[in-house]
Design a protein around this ligand. Structure first.
Ligand code: SAH
Length: 427
């Protein structure tokens, strides 16, 4: 589950490099107007064509080009609506940077090497990874490294560009242009922004998606006596400015095609957009080489109703004030593995605690603590370590799944190349 209010209170005094809310925006008035516009847009749509799917509602609320939550907001950090691991500590991004380089080395150090991040938020993860790349310059050698960011939000892409680049060569509003922004990182690497993964150029790539899949639209289905029915969003007949859930009276195309025949749960959430994206990554990895690392909260096909709203670090009604709150659903890792198919090998999901420990977070902590003599900073370091790894906090709530080429793990004994962070092969 996304960050809770206690996370904020425990970390609110942190001043080490933990909080990175370098950009603050005052959206309050604009937010209110956009909220009314979006609600009006949704109610007129429902009035003309009938109740809409939860996926359509979620897509509009999060990524409507004018009033979507992600489209306009910088929502991450203590003053925002939620906080993520890369925002909690730089160690997180550094370890993921080591993972990227390790997979690139295991592939035989190909060049060019694309680092591709889906949904980069403020750009903190990419920034920490690029710092590792700078430190490992001698290892990366002459490899032609470039950075490719898939970001739907013009506002967040601007925040990312200000953080990651020393110049911005191109900013383009034309929907037909695949690259809508570009620049050069502080270390001189080219960086490009795209709206969709399909637009990212082919080639050996390491893909990262942290808290990205949980933001993609889900369909919801309910088992009834008459069979599976899709949960839809309708206008509340008691109040024309309120939305409510209803069940479709008959099967919809989605309920007929997305629910598995052997499904045993009474309520299911399916994220077909996530399925299409993982298939795209799997195809690319199979054809061009590379690897993907997906970090998110989720389950292995066991949970039912996980659709939640967050605003100001508090739970928020999912149908209340659309466009004003973050909407999210737990990632179904079993679905992602299935959609990735047989052309790739999937490892995990494993808990964030196991992944970070396997990546050497304890050793990294010792190094940082040794060089840190200030009492407050030491306490902050320990706090952030605890939040990332404690099973009660993010340690067991978040999981990592990797997608690798079929030939990545040689199965003949003695020739296994271990995959950093993962200890066992789970297919
Ligand atoms: N990875 C970051 C941010 C997570 S928030 C972190 O861990 O801190 C989700 C991010 O995904 C935001 O940058 C949001 O704008 C982006 N996003 C959400 N839906 C998207 C979509 N359909 N396509 C591309 N980016 C999307």
């Amino acid at each position: 589950m996304r960050t809770l209010s206690r996370l904020k209170s425990c970390l609110s005094n942190v001043s080490w490099t933990v909080w990175r809310n370098r950009c603050r925006w005052n959206f309050s008035i604009h937010r209110l107007e956009s909220n009314r516009t979006l609600l009006k847009h949704l109610t007129s749509k429902i009035n003309s064509t009938g109740p809409i799917s939860v996926a359509e509602y979620m897509r509009e609320a999060l990524t409507n080009p004018v009033s979507g939550y992600y489209t306009r907001n910088d929502m991450l950090g203590p003053d925002g609506d939620f906080i993520t691991s890369p925002e909690i500590s730089q160690i997180f991004g550094e370890l993921l940077g080591v993972w990227c380089v390790s997979e690139w080395m295991a592939a035989g150090k190909p060049s060019p090497f694309h680092l591709v991040e889906l949904g980069p938020g403020k750009g903190s993860l990419a920034s920490d990874i690029l710092r590792v790349f700078r430190q490992l310059k001698s290892v990366l050698g002459e490899a032609e490294v470039s950075v490719h960011l898939v970001e739907v939000s013009p506002k967040l892409s601007q925040v990312q560009a200000e953080y990651l680049t020393s110049d911005q060569k191109l900013v383009c509003d034309d929907e037909n242009e695949l690259v809508y922004r570009s620049g050069t990182t502080h270390a001189g690497l080219p960086v490009y922004w795209y709206r969709r993964i399909e637009d990212v150029p082919k080639g050996f790539s390491v893909f990262l998606a942290h808290e990205f899949f949980d933001a993609l639209p889900i369909h919801k289905f309910q088992r009834t006596e008459k069979g599976w029915r899709e949960v839809l969003v309708d206008i509340d007949p008691e109040s024309p400015n309120k939305l409510r859930f209803v069940l479709s009276p008959s099967p919809t195309l989605a309920s007929a095609t997305l629910v598995q025949l052997d499904e045993s749960r009474r309520h299911v959430e399916v994220c077909p957009e996530g399925g299409v994206i993982i298939q795209n990554l799997a195809n690319r990895i199979a054809v061009d080489g590379g690897a993907a690392l997906i970090g998110d909260y989720g389950h292995d096909g066991t949970k039912t109703d996980t659709f939640r709203g967050f605003k100001g670090h508090q739970l928020h009604g999912v149908l209340d004030s659309p466009g004003m709150a973050d909407l999210t659903a737990d990632v179904d890792f079993s679905y992602l593995r299935k959609m990735a198919g047989n052309q790739v090998t999937c490892l995990g999901p494993i808990t964030q605690q196991s992944f970070l420990k396997n990546m050497g977070i304890d050793a990294r902590m010792q190094v940082l603590l040794k060089s840190c003599h200030d009492r407050d900073s030491r306490a902050q370091l320990i706090h952030s370590y605890d939040f990332l790894t404690n099973p009660e906090k993010m340690g067991h709530r978040f999981h990592f799944l990797s997608v690798l080429g079929q030939d990545r793990i040689a199965l003949n004994k003695g020739h296994e190349k271990p995959v950093a962070g993962f200890t066992e092969l789970v297919r």
